[in-house]
Design a protein around this ligand. Structure first.
Ligand SMILES: [Zn+2]
Length: 121
């Protein structure tokens, strides 16, 4: 019978009892669950680029360069970039942030297991 205390967590083939986790690990996993389950996220880095368009009569030719937002990611060893139009900027920022939050939580949990491997007992 699975009770609250003996609630089991399936992870990478190992079954970990929540009651054996540290408070921090349980907290990280609780926050991770909805982020992965319902959150929207994208892996990438947002970069602002300033460029000239080539038109000698444009303001950019006199120093007021065009500002555009790009999202970049590396995939299969290649760098990929995508232009983010103004109307998608907020969305892109939110999704990138969502991914970063998941990454941070994963890193926290991973560190507890790293530390367990490091332990001498
Ligand atoms: Zn221009």
């Amino acid at each position: 019978m699975i009770t609250d205390i003996h609630y089991r967590y399936q992870l990478g083939g190992d079954i970990v009892r929540r009651s054996q986790m540290t408070r921090e690990e349980r907290a990280s996993r609780s926050r991770l669950k909805p982020s992965i389950g319902y959150g929207e996220f994208v892996r990438g880095t947002l970069t602002v680029r300033r460029r000239t368009c080539g038109n000698p009569n444009c303001k950019c030719a006199r120093g007021k360069k065009h500002v555009s937002l790009y999202i970049t990611r590396s995939k299969n060893g290649k760098s990929e970039q995508l232009y983010i139009p103004k109307d998608k900027e907020e969305l892109a920022r939110r999704w990138v942030k969502g991914y970063r939050e998941i990454q941070n939580l994963l890193e926290k949990i991973s560190t507890t297991y790293w530390d367990r491997l490091k332990r001498k007992d």
